[in-house]
Design a protein around this ligand. Structure first.
Ligand code: ZN
Length: 308
């Protein structure tokens, strides 16, 4: 009996100790899990940030970054004594009223490409003319594509020869050389002296703080009109838009303007653009829009202009 009496508290004590040990182990396990989760979340967040920044660099290097989203107000072209002036829809009286017939200019940048023939076939099916801002592709296989663009009544514009921002915008001389190269290539392959230009990245691009005014001045001096865009299909962003998304992006914006210049791309990688095209044309026609190629009468859509 006496043994039982003295054993009882010992038993209780060891049970309590065990419970304490178990509780300590539990706490240790839980805090380890919590710490690992916190570390994982931090690592995942850092990786996500890295991925986004790498994607931007890729887009930059391939020239497919939509710089229009980065437009800031009033940048001075100090060297040339010129001022870059941002253009708004009010400036060019381009906001559509209910009575206005919408004019839509479909523009395809960066071609010719493996997709050019298909784009031209679709435009032909619908009897629609567009504008191609082409780059320099000297290979034999592309020559016929410049010619086909022109033969089928589309407007051919220049979009630089090399499309390499770091080269084109490295100096005015480099820009001139590149400009002449693409103008000559188009002339030699099609007999057309192109009078339309689209700056790689747009006139508002802020790549490495380039002073765009000297390049704008040069293009103006050549009697060439540069066109930016006021509607973006979104096919150049890193977002994986479906063809339906692209159509929706355009349709949401074209209703706002009397004149819409729509940015799209003609490159091998942009299959969604090709797939979106038939539906886009149908929707535009349903909305009563006139689909036109850029010509001398087209309201000029420019992100920035220069003034003294
Ligand atoms: Zn481009």
């Amino acid at each position: 009996m006496a043994g039982n009496d003295s054993n009882e508290p010992n038993n209780l004590k060891s049970k309590r100790d065990r419970r304490k040990r178990v509780a300590r182990i539990k706490t240790a396990i839980l805090s380890t899990i919590a710490i690992w989760m916190a570390i994982s979340i931090i690592v995942i967040t850092l990786l996500c940030i890295k991925v986004v920044s790498l994607q931007k660099q890729i887009d930059f290097l391939t020239g497919d970054y939509d710089y229009s989203e980065n437009v800031e107000a009033g940048v001075n072209g100090a060297d040339a004594g010129l001022k870059l002036v941002n253009q708004t829809d009010e400036d060019i009286d381009n906001l559509a009223g209910t009575e206005d017939v919408l004019k839509v200019y479909l523009t395809f940048d960066d071609g010719p490409s493996e997709n050019t023939n298909e784009i031209l076939d679709i435009l032909d099916d619908y009897g629609v003319k567009a504008t191609f801002f082409v780059v320099g592709k000297p290979e034999e296989e592309y020559k016929g594509l410049y010619q086909r663009i022109v033969n089928e009544g589309h407007t051919i514009g220049m979009h630089s020869y090399s499309h390499k921002y770091s080269e084109i915008y490295s100096s005015l001389d480099a820009f001139k050389n590149d400009f002449e190269q693409i103008q000559n290539l188009i002339y030699d392959t099609t007999g057309v002296e192109s009078v339309y230009y689209r700056f790689p990245g747009g006139s508002s691009n802020k790549v490495s703080n380039i002073d765009m005014s000297q390049y704008i001045q040069y293009v103006n001096d050549q009697g060439v009109k540069y066109f930016d865009w006021n509607v973006s299909s979104g096919d150049a962003t890193s977002l994986a838009y479906t063809p339906d998304d692209l159509v929706e992006n355009v349709m949401n914006d074209v209703v706002k303007y009397k004149t819409s210049v729509v940015l799209m791309h003609d490159t091998e990688a942009k299959d969604a653009t090709v797939q979106a095209l038939p539906k886009l044309i149908e929707e535009l026609q349903k909305a009563g829009a006139l689909i036109l190629p850029i010509d001398g009468e087209t309201t000029v859509i420019q992100h920035v202009t220069i003034s003294k």
